[in-house]
Design a binder for this molecule. Structure first.
Ligand code: SAM
Length: 318
């Protein structure tokens, strides 16, 4: 637990509430000594020092220290005042403060003890009027939240970004869209279309939920420590109606997993165990592919998510 003292200027009576234009737009504080509303390099370093945080690769801890980038993310995510926003991995609070600055109600899920316990202090210090709930947990294990989230806005930990995304989309249907920062290769893979080398299970599963686009790239220099990979911002808009039922989604995802586990094989081979776990049967898969108008010679990367869904429906029919 951190000491209960603030890293820099303690909030004073003259603290500037969110939305006050007297604050330097770069987030570097104002002449009357009120704390800056966003974290710059000096605040990020001194907070980390105060908390004894040495960023770890294991938890993908690269903290954003550039207020302009934070405001760009908030603009691209189209965050509105009063919206319930879910942030995963708030870290020292760089993006959290960008969200609360525009009046969002933020629920932040953080796995790291010190970061989770200190975040309310940081946010209250920089923006006394901010609305924030902190959930100290592994995002992969979160099954309920204090408020149903509408938007997901996050700088995701690199090594688990796809599993976290999939878990949240599956567990919180109230999410209608969002913007996430991920490693460039992961971002390109998520929004890839069929018939390309980078199209994979994450692309097909992401397409179940909605439309995904790369909204911009982010310089390595805006992180501390500087990561060894490039990052992109990926935006998504969920479909208003799901493509199918939960039972259909589960089977569709099983088929996608089986197909991409052997992406070089033709589907009539790779789908065998997913289609009939007890006894593999090429005839059964061939019959299903015929029934759904999918070429017998097709491979995992040739099918879009609705074609995987068509196979799932054919299996569920009989
Ligand atoms: N949002 C902050 C920023 O932009 O400066 C920090 C982003 S940093 C890339 C990723 C954050 O996710 C870290 O704070 C890390 O502790 C946290 N994290 C890593 N794995 C997590 C998990 N499984 N669940 C929740 N938080 C996680």
């Amino acid at each position: 637990m951190p000491e209960n003292t603030l890293p820099e200027n303690t909030p004073s009576e003259g603290a500037v509430p969110a939305g006050d234009s007297a604050v330097n737009p770069a987030g570097e504080g104002s002449a009357d000594n009120t704390p800056p509303r966003l974290l710059g390099p000096a605040q990020v370093r001194s907070l980390a020092e105060r908390l004894g945080v040495t960023p770890t690769k294991k938890l993908g801890q690269n903290f954003v220290h550039d207020p302009n980038t934070v405001r760009k993310i908030i603009r691209l995510a189209d965050v509105k005042a009063g919206q319930n926003v879910l942030e995963i991995g708030p870290g020292l609070g760089s993006l959290t403060l960008g969200l609360t600055e525009v009046g969002a109600r933020v629920t932040a899920v953080e796995i790291d003890d010190r970061l989770a316990s200190w975040l309310p202090e940081t946010v209250a210090h920089h923006q006394p009027d901010a609305q924030l709930s902190v959930v100290h947990s592994d995002a992969l294990a979160v099954e309920s939240l204090p408020t149903p989230p509408e938007l997901l806005v996050a700088n995701l930990p690199y090594n688990v970004s796809v599993p976290i995304l999939m878990h949240l989309l599956e567990s919180f249907p109230s999410i209608t869209g969002g913007l996430v920062m991920v490693q460039q290769e992961v971002g390109e893979r998520i929004q890839a279309a069929p018939n390309s080398k980078i199209y994979g299970a994450p692309s097909a599963k992401a397409a179940w939920y909605g439309r995904w686009t790369i909204a911009g790239s982010v310089s390595r220099k805006i992180f501390w420590p500087v990561p060894g990979v490039d990052s992109v911002l990926v935006g998504f808009q969920k479909y208003e109606q799901p493509l199918g039922s939960e039972e259909e989604r589960q089977l569709t995802f099983e088929l996608i997993n089986a197909a991409f586990a052997n992406r070089r094989k033709m589907l009539r081979q790779s789908l065998q165990t997913a289609v009939s776990p007890e006894h593999s049967s090429t005839e059964r898969v061939t019959e299903l592919l015929k029934r759904t108008n999918i070429a017998e010679t097709a491979r995992a990367e040739n099918l879009n998510v609705t074609e995987y869904l068509a196979i799932a429906r054919a299996i569920l029919e009989h």
